[in-house]
Design a binder for this molecule. Structure first.
Ligand code: GDP
Length: 298
């Protein structure tokens, strides 16, 4: 029996499996286009985006022969083109403090991301205050205190079960009196009762605006890359309950390559401020479209 052809690495390996090494070109026909669509859907890009990306790649190439490296380059180029406009660091405002509200479901990495961001801003010479606004989860408050001490940043807390808006008000007042550059506010991530969460976040925002009508200056939604296409639903929900201004995608250090980010960029166009690449304090990186595309395409 003939030996099994060696699997080609990367997302597109399957499309070229079995082709001769010295004749690795395949005609871009309907079957190949369909396989490409399937591969992109399996990579979490979502149906709409997968079809659009495939169609863009097929344009001008349909009926012609294409090699694996050519297709890989075309796909990486297409992904980079979609992602480049959304790769933007957290915008900084002169307000003292700039208020960053951090939202997302429990477990997405909010606490960790706040700790990492606090550490980065501290290292950049900014003074930072954190407010532990998930007052109903004692574990979340404790975890945030751990991150605060790692980053060397004060974490303001309130008694368990107390009003997060009142904590936000106190934290804002104190951060302002101290001339802090940045106030980061953690929030609850209970989506079980969406109406309650919406009211809680709205109340925090109303309260902050009593002090500064331009606050919060950023509303960061933290998403977990390992949840795949679920992240799309989370953006849809959180955009309804908060004025989301940008995204952080965590857990891109694991097996998840974050294909969902392509569909998020394609659908919503929200800036991606940073990505989480591990559990340590320095494991937060700027979002780089070319690196991302290369890692995704393989
Ligand atoms: P929260 O409930 O949204 O505040 O989530 P946490 O910040 O507590 O994070 C939930 C879990 O995800 C923790 O075990 C974190 O260590 C882990 N985590 C957060 N960000 C990352 C990341 O970028 N990479 C990895 N591998 N784990 C992460």
């Amino acid at each position: 029996a003939a030996p099994e052809p060696a699997a080609r690495p990367g997302l597109l390996g399957r499309l070229f499996a079995g082709t001769e090494a010295d004749a690795p070109r395949r005609e871009m026909d309907d079957a190949m286009l369909e396989s490409l669509e399937d591969v992109l859907i399996q990579a979490d890009m979502g149906v709409d985006t997968a079809l659009r990306v495939s169609a863009n790649i097929a344009e001008g190439r349909f009926g012609k022969k294409i090699s694996a490296p050519e297709l890989r380059r075309a796909l990486a180029g297409e992904v980079t083109r979609i992602m480049t406009p959304v790769a933007r660091p957290l915008p900084l405002y002169p307000s003292k403090p700039q208020v960053v509200l951090v939202v997302g479901v429990n477990g997405s990495g909010k606490t960790t991301t706040i700790g990492k961001l606090a550490s980065q801003f501290k290292a950049a010479g900014k003074s930072v205050v954190i407010a532990a606004g998930d007052t109903f989860r004692a574990a979340a408050v404790e975890q945030l205190q751990v991150w605060g001490s790692r980053a060397g940043v004060p974490v303001l807390t309130a008694p368990e079960g107390s009003d997060p808006a009142s904590l936000a008000f106190d934290a804002f007042t104190r951060a302002r009196a101290e001339g802090a550059d940045l106030l980061m506010i953690d929030t609850a991530g209970r989506l079980q009762n969406r109406a309650d969460l919406m009211e809680e976040l709205a109340k925090i925002v109303r309260t902050l605006r009593k002090i500064d009508p331009t606050a919060p200056h950023n509303t960061l939604l933290v998403l977990d890359a390992t949840t795949g296409q679920n992240a799309v639903a989370q953006v849809e929900i959180f955009r309804k309950i908060a004025d989301v201004s940008g995204l952080v995608m965590t857990k891109l250090d694991g097996t998840a390559k974050g294909g969902v980010l392509v569909s998020l960029a394609d659908k919503f166009g929200l800036p991606i401020h940073a990505i989480g690449v591990g559990e340590q304090i320095d494991d937060l990186a700027p979002f780089d479209p070319e690196d991302f595309a290369r890692a995704l395409v393989g």
